[in-house]
Design a protein around this ligand. Structure first.
Ligand code: PLP
Length: 433
């Protein structure tokens, strides 16, 4: 059966709103390290890691061996009604790493569920259904998490169970805060927060949720220190701060273990997912014990933190720490950021190269303007594939290339991917001039 047949069968049996990458969709059949092989028989360097999920890479014995050992016990799943050693050990590690004093952890299967849980906890703790979120954010695909998603393509829900108000985002190319320097940006964003609280809420807001670097939104970064400045305002009325670290955690940004640490603030709740399982379904929320304990009901997740996923999670956390992948993300990320800045500065379609560490966004524009260029983005995206590199797409207008390779990326692989990106951008820049 060809991939074309598979696509037709996919379309026939699965909903039309599920996105599939590439004009000729790609089925991945094997992976090793940072490379995957497609059913088309070609090998690709993977700079997207399945949306930042394959954080350590493919077929890494330090991850697959402990998972196999757990499978060999015959205990794949017992429901969380029984004690699970792997889960408790992982919770202890994450609580300690979170930077939140005396933290507790609840495991889920996806980032969406983690955020849903954080919203449940925050609204129960504060006895309020008012939430502040950020424009251009993405927090998940359920009722409540779509409601706090400030991105029209990903949030069609007008039937929001929460009372949500959106703050201005850190977009530097367009919008009210564009083209401000960091200090002016922070002042304007804080003024926006104060105005929103005074005009659009009843004052008793439960929480503000934000991504330190907006993932689906195109790797848009809030200026360092912004969340700390927000926090001063939130503390006046006890509003909780939730850091959605589904994409920014575990050292990916290079400079810190969590994205929030660039802001001089400690969140009350932090949500994690994606990379922690290196492909296995694992996610959760870690936070203040009094907030985690806030719901006065019996509740559990049947599969959240199951023995196999928890075995993967423990192995991933150990691998990240034992191999100092944060330092690796900083070093290889610098090769990419510096190389892209230097080698694309004369390309009219490149509006901005941004992000931190191994979270790199390239926003494409119509040359000489700040108008989004989604046509060029698709062309570069396809051209990268032709040249053997998988990257992601995103941004409010679908005009940002997103790179989030495994944190084990080598210097040589960083240079190889950089060369392909520059070549693809140069080809498309020539086409559209
Ligand atoms: N939060 C952020 C920042 C995300 O990027 C995502 C997924 O892309 C989610 C939450 C939802 O996670 P999941 O797809 O695992 O439900």
């Amino acid at each position: 059966m060809t991939s074309d047949d598979l696509l037709a069968r996919h379309r026939a049996v699965m909903p039309s709103w599920m996105p599939i990458y590439y004009e000729e969709p790609l089925e991945l059949v094997s992976g090793k390290g940072r490379r995957v092989t497609g059913a088309d028989g070609r090998e690709y360097l993977d700079f997207f890691g399945g949306v930042l999920t394959n954080m350590i890479g493919y077929d890494i014995p330090e991850i697959t061996d402990p998972v196999r050992r757990q499978l060999d016990t015959g205990i794949v799943h017992t429901s969380t009604l029984y004690l699970i050693r792997q889960q408790v050990e992982l919770a202890e590690k994450i609580a300690r790493l979170s930077g939140i004093p005396d933290a507790k952890v609840f495991f889920t299967n996806s980032g969406t569920e983690a955020n849903e849980t954080a919203l449940l906890l925050a609204t129960a703790y504060r006895r309020s259904n008012q939430i502040l979120a950020v424009r251009n954010s993405y927090h998940g695909r359920t009722y409540a998490t779509m409601g706090i998603t400030g991105h029209r393509s990903w949030s069609a829900s007008s039937l929001n169970p929460l009372n949500v108000t959106f703050l201005h985002s850190g977009d530097r190319l367009r919008g009210l805060l564009a083209h401000l320097d960091d200090d002016a940006h922070i002042d304007a964003a804080v003024a926006d927060l104060r105005e929103v609280l005074a005009t659009s809420t009843a004052g008793d807001v439960a929480a503000l949720i934000a991504e330190p670097i907006q993932g689906v939104g195109g790797f848009v970064s809030a200026p360092d220190g912004l969340f700390g400045a927000y926090r001063k305002v939130l503390d006046e009325t006890g509003i909780l701060f939730i850091s959605d670290e589904v994409q920014t955690g575990w050292g990916r940004t290079g400079e810190h273990f969590w994205g929030y640490q660039a802001h001089g603030v400690t969140p009350d709740l932090l949500t994690f997912a994606k990379g922690i399982g290196n492909g296995f379904a694992l996610a959760g929320v870690v936070g203040r014990a009094d907030v985690l304990d806030a719901i006065d009901v019996v509740s559990f997740s049947t599969f959240g933190g199951n023995p196999v996923s928890a075995a993967a999670g423990n192995a991933v956390v150990d691998y990240v720490l034992n191999n100092d992948l944060q330092a690796n993300a900083a070093r290889t990320g610098a090769i990419l950021h510096e190389g892209l800045a230097a080698r694309t500065k004369d390309l009219g379609i490149v509006g901005e190269v941004r992000g931190k560490g191994l979270m790199i966004g390239i926003e494409l524009i119509e040359p000489g303007t700040t108008r989004p260029n989604s046509y060029a983005t698709v062309r570069v995206f396809e051209e990268c594939r032709r040249l053997g590199l998988l990257v992601g797409k995103g941004g409010l207008y679908g005009n940002t290339l997103r790179m989030g390779p495994p944190l084990t990326l080598t210097d040589d692989e960083a240079r190889e991917g950089l060369d392909i990106l520059v070549e693809a951008l140069t080809i498309v820049d020539g086409e559209v001039q």
